[in-house]
Design a protein around this ligand. Structure first.
Ligand code: DPP
Ligand code: ZN
Length: 887
C-alpha cells in the first residue's frame, strides 16, 4: 500500500472545467457517460493525463471525439497523448451499484440509488481527477425506471424532466458552483419530501426539502426545523447566506458516516435525520440538530471554500464542528444550557480524542501522511480541530474572529485552500492581537500530535499580597515526533477566595485600568514555562484554571479536595464547577485502582454530591452531568498498565455507593423532575428527563443489589407507560444495567413493540451491547445476539449498534482476562472488512491503546491484532491501522 505524504503535494497538471454526466441507472449495471472540458494547468510542467478509477468497466475513451490510446497503471487510467490546447474528454464506463457493499461511490439501499463520494468515492463511479483541488461545473442527466425510481435528484437546480420509452424517465440537473468531485451526489429512489419555503434576511426565497421513505415523513419535522434554524443562524452570526434556490436533504438507512454535505443535496444517515418523540431520545434530537447544522454550515466552510488536499481536512471539519458547536450553544440560549453543551463536547473530546492522541494512530490535526484517507476522519481532525478554531476565537475575541471569517471568504471564495490560508486570514484581520503576534507558534497546533500537559503551581505571599502562578507545558512525544516546541495555550482563569468570592485579577506592572476589576481573563502561555504575578490579592486564592476548557490540554494544577470543593460550590464558571465534580470522583476511583484496595466513598464526597443534587439553583441538566461518574475510558487514560476490570470494579463500586448513600435524595430527584405536559426536546425538559432517568437508574441499581423489588417494578411500569422514547429507554436501561429480573421481559416487549422500526431496533441492540458487565453476562448476550434474525453486518448502523457498542463502549465486557473479547474483535474486523472496509477500519481502531494495557490483556491484544494483520488480502483501511498498532 502507498504512503501518501503531505510534502509531496503537486498541483494538478490539468484542470477539469466542466463535466457533463449521463447516468443510465440500473442496479446491476449502470452506464455512465462523462464529457469533460479540460485545460492544461500552465503553471505545471508537462506530463500525461492521469485519471483515478476503481471497480469500473471501461468502455471507451474519446478526445475531441476521436478514440485515443491509453493504458492503466494500478487504479489509474493514463493517457499520454493529449492536446496542448483545451480539449474535450469523453469516457464511457459501467459500474455495479447493487454489488457495492462498501457504500462508497454509487450503491443501492432499500431499492434506491445513493452516492457517497467523500473522500475518494467518485472514482468508483467514473474515471476522474478525483482530488479536491480540481473543481468543475457539473451537469447531470439521470435516466431510470419511473415506477421504481420516481424521484431523481442531483446537485444544484433542476433544468428539465422528461418521460422516456419503456417506463423510464429523465431528469437533468445543473450546479452553477464549481465543486470538487467529492461533493457530487445523486439520488434515485421512491421518496417523499417535507417542503418548506423560506425567505431569508436578504429577501431571497428558497425551497427546503427533506426526502425520506414514505412512512418516515412525520419524523422529519425536527430536521426541517433544525435546517431553518441553521440558515437563520449562519446569516446572523457570520453573514453567510444560503446561496441556492433549493436545498435538499435526503435520508438513507445504509450509510457509513452521519451525513454528507454534497452541494445542495446533503445525504444523511437516517439515524442523524429521523426523530419523533415516540422513537427518538432527547440525545437523538440534539444530535440531529447539530448534524443538520453541521452539514448546512459546510456549504460555506467546505464547499464554497474547500480543501486543497486531504491533509487539510480539518480546514473544513474542525471549522465546521466549531460552528455547529457554537450554533448548539446559541440555540441552548441560557448560560447554564450553554455550559451543558460545552461540558458534553469536552466529555466527547476526552473520551475519543485524548486516547487517540496517546495511541498508535496519534496524528497532528493536519496529518503528514496516510495510507487510506478514510482512516483520518478522526476525533483529532474533527474535535481537536474544533478546539484549535475555538482558540483562535479566544485569542482574537468573538468579533475579531467574525472579521477573520469575513476576510477568509473575501480572499478564498471559490478556491481550494490550506489551513495556513485560514490562519493567515484570521491573523491578518486582527493585527496586533494575541494571535497575530505569535502566529507561527500557534500553528504548531496543526503540526504536533499529542495532548500537551499544562502544569500549574500557585504561590501566595501574604506579606506582599501577591499570587504567583507558574505555568509549565510538557509536550510528550508522539509517533515520529519528539523534541516538540512549546504551543500557544490560552488559559482562561479566575481566582476565588476560600469562601467563594471572585477576586480581581491585576497583573504586576499593569496600571489600575487593566485587570483591576476583571474577575476573569485569559493568560497566553507561549513558552515552556512562564510565571504570572497577580497583585492586590487579599487572601490565598483557589485558582480556577482553564475555564470553559480554553485549550485542549491535560491540566495538572495539583488542587486537593478542599480546593475542589470550593470550586464545586462557588465557581462562576459552570464548566469548572462540573470539572471539580469529576475530579473529586476521579481521585477516589484512581486511588482505589492504584492501591488495589476496595473503593469506599467518604462522607465529604457524598455530602458534596448530595448538595449538588439538592441545590436550589443549579439546572437539572447540569446536575445530571455532575453526578455522572467519569467514563471508564477517560479513567483508563490517567493510568499506565491499565487493568480494565479493576477500573470497572472501582466505577461499579462508586456507582453502588452513590446509589445507596443518596437513596432518599434520588427518590426526591426522581419525583421532583417528572415532566408535565407535551414532549419538547428542549434543554429544560431534556435536563429534567436526564436527571430523573439518572435517579431511576440509581434507584433500580440500589434496589436490585439489596433485593428490593419496588423500584424495579416502578421502572417496569414507567417503561411500559412512558410517553416518549427518552423515558422508555431510560427505564429499560435502568433495568438492563442493573441486571434486574424484569430486564428480559422488558427487552422482549420492547422488541415486539418496535420490530418494524430499524432505528429503534438499533437502540435495542446497542443497549444490550453496552449493558454493564456482570460475570460475563453481557458478553455472552452479545454473542447470542449475533445470531438474532434482525442482526446483519451489512447495515453499518446495525453493525455499530451491537459490535461497536461492545468493543468500543463497554470496556469491562470487552477486555476479558480470557481474551475472548479480542478473539471476537478479530473475527468481526475480518468479517466486516470483506463487506465494508471503512466500517471495518473503524472497528480496528478499538485496539489503538493496547500497549497501555496491563497483562494478561496486553499480550492477548497483541496476538489478536497480529492475527488480523496476518490476513493476506486486507483492505488498506484495516491494514494501515493494524500495522500502526503493531509498529
Ligand atoms: N460527512 C462528513 C462530515 O460532514 C464528512 N464531510 O463531517
Ligand atoms: Zn463535516
Amino acid at each position: 500500500a502507498n504512503l501518501i505524504r503531505r510534502e509531496d503535494y503537486v498541483a494538478p497538471i490539468f484542470w477539469i472545467r466542466t463535466v457533463d454526466l449521463c447516468f443510465d441507472l440500473d442496479p446491476a449495471k449502470t452506464l455512465v457517460t462523462s464529457k469533460m472540458r479540460l485545460e492544461r494547468n500552465a503553471a505545471v510542467a508537462h506530463g500525461p493525463l492521469r485519471l483515478h478509477g476503481e471497480e469500473l468497466n471501461l468502455l471507451r475513451v474519446l478526445i475531441d471525439g476521436e478514440s485515443v490510446s491509453f493504458r492503466t497503471e494500478g487504479h489509474e487510467l493514463v493517457i499520454d497523448n493529449v492536446p496542448d490546447a483545451d480539449f474535450t474528454l469523453e469516457i464511457r464506463n459501467t459500474c455495479c451499484p447493487e454489488k457495492n457493499t462498501s457504500l462508497s461511490g454509487l450503491y443501492t439501499s432499500g431499492g434506491g440509488f445513493f452516492t457517497q463520494c467523500e473522500a475518494e468515492g467518485f472514482r468508483r463511479i467514473t474515471y476522474f481527477m478525483d482530488r479536491p483541488d480540481v473543481m468543475a461545473v457539473y451537469t447531470v442527466t439521470m435516466r431510470a425506471d419511473k415506477a421504481r425510481f420516481p424521484v431523481l435528484l442531483s446537485n444544484g437546480n433542476l433544468l428539465e424532466t422528461a418521460e422516456l420509452d419503456n417506463g423510464r424517465h429523465l431528469a437533468k440537473w445543473h450546479d452553477p458552483f464549481p465543486k470538487p468531485s467529492y461533493l457530487f451526489a445523486l439520488v434515485a429512489a421512491d421518496l417523499v419530501a417535507r417542503e418548506q419555503r423560506i425567505r431569508t434576511r436578504s429577501g431571497k426565497d428558497h425551497l427546503l426539502q427533506v426526502f425520506v421513505r414514505r412512512g418516515d415523513l412525520e419524523k422529519t419535522e425536527h430536521a426541517m426545523n433544525s435546517l431553518i434554524a441553521s440558515v437563520v443562524w449562519d446569516e446572523a452570526r457570520f453573514q453567510l447566506p444560503l446561496d441556492l434556490e433549493r436545498f435538499m436533504v435526503v435520508g438513507v438507512s445504509d450509510f457509513n458516516m452521519g451525513a454528507m454535505e454534497n452541494k445542495g443535496l446533503n445525504i444523511f444517515n437516517t439515524s442523524a435525520l429521523l426523530a419523533s418523540p415516540a422513537t427518538a431520545t432527547d440525545a437523538d434530537f440534539q444530535r440531529i440538530e447539530s448534524i443538520v447544522a453541521h452539514e448546512y454550515f459546510h456549504n460555506w466552510t467546505g464547499n464554497r471554500v474547500t480543501c486543497r488536499d486531504w491533509f487539510q481536512l480539518s480546514l473544513k471539519e474542525g471549522l465546521t464542528v466549531f460552528r455547529d458547536q457554537e450554533f448548539s450553544q446559541d440555540m441552548a440560549a441560557t448560560p447554564s444550557a450553554r455550559a451543558v453543551c460545552r461540558i458534553q463536547d469536552v466529555r466527547g473530546l476526552r473520551a475519543r480524542q485524548f486516547p487517540e492522541d496517546a495511541g498508535s494512530m496519534a496524528h497532528p490535526v493536519r496529518p503528514d501522511q496516510y495510507v487510506e484517507i478514510n482512516n483520518f476522519y478522526t476525533a483529532t481532525v474533527y474535535d481537536k480541530g474544533a478546539e484549535v478554531v475555538r482558540m483562535y476565537q479566544t485569542l482574537v475575541g468573538r468579533d475579531g474572529f467574525a472579521k477573520g471569517m469575513s476576510l477568509y471568504f473575501e480572499r478564498h471564495d471559490g478556491q481550494a485552500v490550506t489551513c495556513d490560508d485560514f490562519a493567515q486570514a484570521i491573523a491578518d484581520a486582527n493585527p496586533g492581537s494575541a494571535l497575530s503576534t505569535r502566529l507561527d507558534a500557534f500553528k504548531r497546533w496543526y503540526a504536533q500530535a499529542g495532548t500537551p500537559r499544562l502544569q500549574a503551581r500557585g504561590h501566595y505571599d501574604a506579606a506582599t499580597q501577591t499570587y504567583t502562578l507558574a505555568l509549565q507545558q510538557v509536550n510528550p512525544p508522539a509517533p515520529g515526533q519528539d523534541g516538540k516546541l512549546p504551543q500557544v495555550i490560552p488559559v482562561a482563569l479566575g481566582l476565588l477566595s476560600p469562601d467563594g468570592q471572585a477576586l480581581p485579577l491585576m497583573l504586576q506592572g499593569e496600571d489600575g485600568a487593566a485587570g483591576a476589576t476583571d474577575t476573569e481573563r485569559v493568560l497566553v502561555l507561549d513558552q515552556a514555562e512562564q510565571s504570572f504575578v497577580f497583585v492586590n490579592v487579599p487572601v490565598a486564592p483557589v485558582p480556577s484554571l482553564l475555564r470553559g476548557f480554553s485549550a485542549p490540554v491535560v491540566l495538572e494544577d495539583g488542587l486537593g479536595d478542599a480546593e475542589l470543593l470550593v470550586l464545586l460550590k462557588h465557581d462562576s464558571d459552570a464548566f469548572n464547577r462540573w470539572e471539580a465534580s469529576q475530579r473529586l470522583a476521579l481521585a477516589r476511583i484512581l486511588g482505589a485502582v492504584r492501591s488495589g484496595k476496595p473503593l469506599t466513598l467518604d462522607a465529604a464526597y457524598l455530602d458534596a454530591m448530595r448538595a449538588v443534587l439538592r441545590h436550589p439553583a443549579l439546572e437539572p441538566a447540569f446536575k445530571a452531568l455532575a453526578l455522572q461518574l467519569p467514563d471508564e475510558a477517560y479513567i483508563a487514560e490517567q493510568l499506565s498498565d491499565v487493568d480494565p476490570q479493576a477500573v470497572h470494579a472501582a466505577v461499579a463500586a462508586a456507582q453502588e455507593q452513590l446509589a445507596a448513600a443518596l437513596q432518599a435524595d434520588w427518590v426526591w430527584a426522581y419525583d421532583a423532575h417528572q415532566v408535565a405536559g407535551g414532549y419538547q426536546p428542549d434543554p429544560v425538559q431534556s435536563g429534567r428527563r436526564a436527571l430523573s432517568n439518572l435517579a431511576l437508574s440509581m434507584l433500580v441499581l440500589q434496589a436490585t443489589r439489596s433485593g428490593d423489588t419496588v423500584w424495579p417494578g416502578r421502572a417496569y411500569q414507567r417503561f411500559k407507560d412512558a410517553g416518549n422514547m427518552t423515558d422508555r429507554l431510560g427505564a429499560l436501561s435502568a433495568l438492563v444495567n442493573a441486571h434486574a429480573e424484569l430486564a428480559d421481559s422488558a427487552l422482549a416487549r420492547f422488541h415486539s413493540q418496535f420490530k418494524h422500526d430499524a432505528l429503534v431496533i438499533d437502540k435495542w441492540f446497542a443497549l444490550q451491547g453496552r449493558a454493564a458487565e456482570q460475570e460475563g453476562r453481557t458478553f455472552a448476550r452479545v454473542k447470542q445476539l449475533l445470531k438474532h434474525p434482525d442482526f446483519t453486518l451489512k447495515n453499518p448502523n446495525r453493525a455499530r449498534s451491537l459490535i461497536f457498542s461492545l468493543c468500543m463502549f463497554n470496556p469491562a465486557a470487552f477486555h476479558r482476562r480470557d481474551a475472548a473479547g479480542y478473539v471476537f474483535w478479530a473475527e468481526q474486523v475480518l468479517a466486516l472488512d470483506a463487506i465494508n472496509p471503512q466500517v471495518a477500519g473503524r472497528l480496528a481502531r478499538v485496539m489503538d491503546r493496547w500497549t497501555a494495557l496491563a497483562q494478561p490483556y496486553r499480550s492477548a491484544a497483541r496476538e489478536a491484532i497480529a492475527r488480523v494483520a496476518a490476513k493476506p488480502d486486507l483492505s488498506n483501511d484495516v491494514r494501515e491501522i493494524v500495522e500502526r498498532a503493531l509498529a
